[in-house]
Design a protein around this ligand. Structure first.
Ligand SMILES: Nc1ncnc2c1ncn2[C@@H]1O[C@H](COP(=O)(O)OP(=O)(O)OP(=O)(O)O)[C@@H](O)[C@H]1O
Length: 266
């Protein structure tokens, strides 16, 4: 039975991309509670991005069900719009519009919440502009509001990305390798900011990471993927070398994949 406090619920979800029968998500059964701060670990190709993107409907999974705050994600339905409004994404390469100012980029986060005609024309109310400015202030970039996005460093761009995500007023933030292009100090600062937002706003945060140390430091819950399967689900401080081998060891990953193939044959 589904926990009513679940922000994210995956019920036996499997997926393979067209033209490749290999399961990128393989019988994923997982629940993340409201307000949790989770890190997702896994080798390149383990399925982390697919897992995150499936929660916004950008990847339409082939099997199983995904529930976001109790609503089942159904493609081509009105619930998809509601889910997309509640789930914001942050990306490795920031996905800012370079020719726009940082304030305009943050305002883009509100597009899902305002009438589409206003959005197309870029007409925002004074209240919305004030809110966007406050969000830039929140991430320490109020002074850069009227500068173009391409005039920022990587860390600053990611802060704008976070402000844009907050402008959506989401219940869940998914971050796909948000610090992969940043130096270690800036990476720590971005993780710290995400943690602060998680604690202060009670927004559920799920972050895919390649840096084990950062995951250990910040991830209260750590979920490890290998071959599309959840192979580890533990809390920081309890991650063992055996767990890491389960996630990163190629032979173990092969075993995990083979088990699932065997299961399918049976
Ligand atoms: N749009 C797509 N079409 C076809 N195959 C895809 C697509 N996106 C991802 N894949 C494949 O699915 C597998 C899992 O990819 P995914 O991006 O989810 O892994 P990942 O764990 O996020 O990897 P990384 O850490 O390198 O980002 C890979 O083999 C990848 O090549």
């Amino acid at each position: 039975m589904m926990n009513s406090n679940a922000a994210i619920h995956f019920f036996d979800v499997s997926h393979s991309y067209k033209g490749n029968s290999q399961k990128v998500l393989n019988q994923v059964h997982l629940e993340i509670e409201k307000g949790e701060f989770c890190t997702i670990l896994g080798r390149s190709g383990a399925g982390k991005s697919t897992f995150l993107r499936s929660m916004t409907g950008f990847v339409q999974v082939e099997e199983g069900s995904i529930f976001i705050n109790g609503d089942e994600l159904r493609y081509y339905s009105s619930s998809l719009r509601k889910i997309r409004k509640n789930v914001a994404m942050i990306f490795q390469h920031y996905n800012l519009v370079n020719r726009l100012t940082n304030l305009q980029n943050v305002l883009c986060g509100m597009l899902q919440n305002i009438p589409s005609q206003r959005g197309i024309l870029g007409w925002y109310t004074e209240k919305e502009k004030k809110q966007a400015l406050e969000l830039l202030d929140r991430v320490g970039l109020a002074d850069f509001a009227h500068k173009r996005a391409d005039q920022l460093s990587g860390g600053q761009k990611q802060r704008v990305g976070i402000a844009r995500a907050l402008a959506q007023d989401p219940k869940i933030i998914l971050a796909d390798e948000p610090v992969a292009s940043l130096d270690p100090v800036t990476s720590g600062e971005i993780m710290e900011l995400l943690k602060q937002i998680n604690k202060e706003e009670n927004i559920t945060v799920v972050i895919s990471l390649h840096q084990i140390e950062l995951a250990k430091q910040y991830g209260e819950r750590m979920i490890g993927f290998a071959g599309g399967k959840v192979v580890i689900d533990t809390t920081a401080g309890f991650l063992t070398d055996g767990d890491l081998a389960e996630i990163y060891d190629v032979t173990k990953e092969k075993e995990n994949t083979n088990h699932s193939i065997e299961k399918q044959i049976i």
